[in-house]
Write a protein of this length. Sequence first.
Length: 115
Amino acid sequence: QVQLVESGGGLVQAGGSLRLSCTGAGTIFGAKAMAWYRQAPGKPRELVAGSNSDGTTKYADSVKGRFTISRDSAENSVYLQMNNLKPEDTAVYSCRLVAGPYDYWGRGTQVTVSS
């Protein structure tokens, strides 16, 4: 069983930055896709940024140019650098790791951006 644990969330003013981290404890074999999702109150969960095993990345249009995803596959870790944060970025951010038939989620970390 693999556990993903996020950290780095918090309260920040608009225009500020945060760096989220997610680390998976346990042994994971094979190629992995890793991603960050977020869910704001009353809204569906959405993909923020994803990183495939081949190095390609994908971003939601709303965060392009502001957020950067990076990873350390050897450590089962994924990071999200968030710059120029906006109040609409307020949400619970969760990481996800997919390896073959296995699909793991973290419990999430709260990000709150004040105006």
